[in-house]
Design a protein around this ligand. Structure first.
Ligand SMILES: C[S@@+](CC[C@H](N)C(=O)[O-])C[C@H]1O[C@@H](n2cnc3c(N)ncnc32)[C@H](O)[C@@H]1O
Length: 160
C-alpha cells in the first residue's frame, strides 16, 4: 500500500523520516511511556518538526484525572505507587499477564510540553462510546465515560 514504517524514538525520528509536512500526526497510548518531562517534550518537538503549518497532532494518553486506582476494570488494574510511579497490570483468564510502567503526567505536563515546543490551542476531547459499541457490549462500558482510563487531545501547529 506504499506505507513506510519507521522504528524510531523522538531522538532520531526526524533524521530517519524522508518527508516533512504531514497533515496530522497521531499518537495512540504512547506519550505516557515517556520517562520524564524532558522525554515528553521530545515527542512534542519532534512531531512539531514533521507536521506542516496548520497541521495537527492528536493523541490518546492515560487520563491524568483517572480515579479508579487499585480496582480491576476491563482486563487491567491501575496502581499508583508511593514513589509516584504508575503501573498497569494486565490480566487474562489465567491471571496477571504483565505490567507496564507509565509516567504519571498531569494535565499541566501535557499543556506545558505543548506550549514549550510551539504547539497552540491544546484541546482535550472526551472519549465517547459509539452507539455500535454500546449495542455490542452493553454493561461492559459502565463507568467508562464517567472515569475513562484515557483522555484525548489535539494541538495545532501555527500557520506558516
Ligand atoms: C500501548 S502501545 C500502543 C501501540 C499502538 N499505538 C496501538 O495503539 O496499538 C505503546 C507503544 O509505545 C511505544 N513506545 C514506548 N516508548 C517509546 C519511545 N521512547 N519511542 C517510541 N515509541 C515508544 C512502544 O513501542 C509501543 O508500541
Amino acid at each position: 500500500m506504499g506505507i513506510e514504517y519507521i522504528h524510531a524514538d523522538p531522538a532520531d525520528i526526524v533524521q530517519k523520516v524522508s518527508f516533512y509536512g504531514f497533515d496530522i500526526a497521531i499518537s495512540v497510548t504512547v506519550l505516557h511511556y515517556a520517562i520524564n518531562r524532558a522525554h515528553l517534550e521530545a515527542f512534542f518537538s519532534s512531531t512539531y518538526r514533521l507536521v506542516k503549518p496548520s497541521g495537527l497532532f492528536a493523541a490518546l494518553v492515560m487520563n491524568p484525572g483517572f480515579m479508579r486506582f487499585g480496582q480491576r476494570i476491563y482486563n487491567r488494574r491501575y496502581r499508583r505507587e508511593p514513589d509516584g510511579r504508575l503501573y498497569v497490570d494486565f490480566f487474562d483468564e489465567t491471571g496477571m499477564r504483565c505490567s507496564a510502567l507509565y509516567s504519571d503526567f498531569t494535565w499541566a505536563d501535557y499543556q506545558e510540553s505543548a506550549n514549550r515546543t510551539g504547539w497552540k490551542d491544546l484541546t482535550w476531547c472526551p472519549i465517547k462510546v459509539t452507539d455500535e459499541g454500546r449495542n455490542r457490549l452493553g454493561s461492559f462500558w459502565n463507568g467508562f465515560e464517567e472515569d475513562c482510563p484515557y483522555a484525548g487531545f489535539r494541538v495545532m501547529k501555527p500557520p506558516g
